[in-house]
Design a protein around this ligand. Structure first.
Ligand code: SF4
Length: 332
């Protein structure tokens, strides 16, 4: 039977109740909303449902730290979402929060509603990185929260960042491995974006943080993606959702940002795999690569970058790409 397509109905809760000020965070930029009105929530859900068609829907409270907001507001939002579940219009509820805002009592409350999935802003598995990023919680909070979430039977989604202060590729790979070990079924990878009005900008100005280049961000994200794939953890997204402000660059202070980061990162993984396979051929000169249908642009890379890099690095005369069923390489 064909799997029903799934959509999230995202309700952004900007910075509500969050006493933290993570070095990279400017919630207004990320969610594109400066205020929040609970009366507007029904309208947002109705609008989304009117275009959802046959797809299975899930109401998703994103953007802030949902379990850290005022308790009565949190339960009012859950009540609204639950009405839609009970009416059979929505399948379940998903929310995102911080590791230190998860405990037995919170999970008791969530367990009374149709909350199926909890996304946790883990960001890093290194206490050094968490401190440098002013996260305000420790790795032990993450481990405790993940254990509780899994013990209660919720799906766990681990969100992590690439390029945080004091972070490097090794610590990011360790973070991805820990997310897998702690039982996440899905993950999100956020290469850092240096937003205006954040502490990170001050760190750049003071010489305490150097923005990563495009190739560093793409390469480190690809290494992490590869860990998740090897462990069967589905990556839901790579990079922030592009909003008007992000696309126009108005909210970005400096550093690299690309609206199609996922495409670049998947392209980098293709580059690594193709390099390995073509190198294994004996004296390859003209090579034809077959890629699964729909993957041609990722395999060739943005602006043909993979074709150009592979041709030059491996001394090829020609590198051709075509679509097929499985990935394979053949020399002529
Ligand atoms: S906990 Fe979340 S909402 Fe609060 S400052 Fe950090 S990233 Fe922003």
């Amino acid at each position: 039977m064909k799997e029903k397509k799934h959509i999230n109905i995202p309700i952004f809760i900007p910075h509500l109740g969050c006493p933290n000020d993570c070095a990279f965070c400017n919630q207004r930029s990320i969610s594109g909303r400066t205020h929040f009105d609970i009366w507007d929530v029904r309208r947002q859900i109705e609008d989304a449902l009117s275009t959802a068609g046959e797809r299975e829907s899930e109401i998703a409270f994103f953007g802030g730290s949902f379990t850290g907001i005022d308790r009565s507001l949190m339960t009012s939002l859950l009540d609204i979402a639950e009405e839609y579940v009970k009416a059979g219009k929505v399948g379940s509820i998903r929310l995102s929060t911080r590791p230190d805002y998860v405990d037995e009592e919170i999970l008791d409350i969530l367990g009374k509603y149709s909350v199926k999935t909890i996304e946790l802003g883990i960001q890093s598995a290194s206490d050094k990185v968490l401190t440098a990023s002013k996260r305000g919680h420790a790795l032990s909070d993450t481990v405790n929260a993940c254990k509780l979430i899994r013990e209660r039977g919720f799906n766990l989604v681990g969100q992590m960042m690439i390029g945080l202060p004091s972070s490097d590729e090794k610590s990011e790979i360790e973070t991805a491995k820990l997310i897998c070990e702690l039982g996440a079924s899905e993950a999100r990878i956020y290469p850092i974006v240096i937003l205006k009005n954040t502490h990170l900008v001050t760190m750049v100005e003071n010489g305490e943080y150097t923005p990563l280049t495009e190739s560093e961000l793409v390469s480190r994200s690809a290494s992490v993606l590869s860990v998740f794939r090897e462990n069967g953890v589905k990556v839901l997204r790579i990079g922030l959702h592009s909003g008007t402000e992000l696309n126009s660059g108005d909210e970005i202070a400096c550093g690299y940002y690309h609206p199609a980061m996922g495409e670049l990162v998947e392209g980098e993984l293709y580059f690594r795999e193709l390099e390995k396979r073509i190198t294994a051929l004996e004296s390859p000169k003209t090579v034809t690569v077959t890629v699964p249908r729909g993957d041609l642009s990722k395999a060739i890379g943005q602006n043909g970058r993979n074709r150009a890099r592979l041709t030059e690095k491996l001394g090829l005369v020609a590198l051709k790409f075509k679509e097929g069923t499985d990935l394979s390489v053949e020399k002529e």
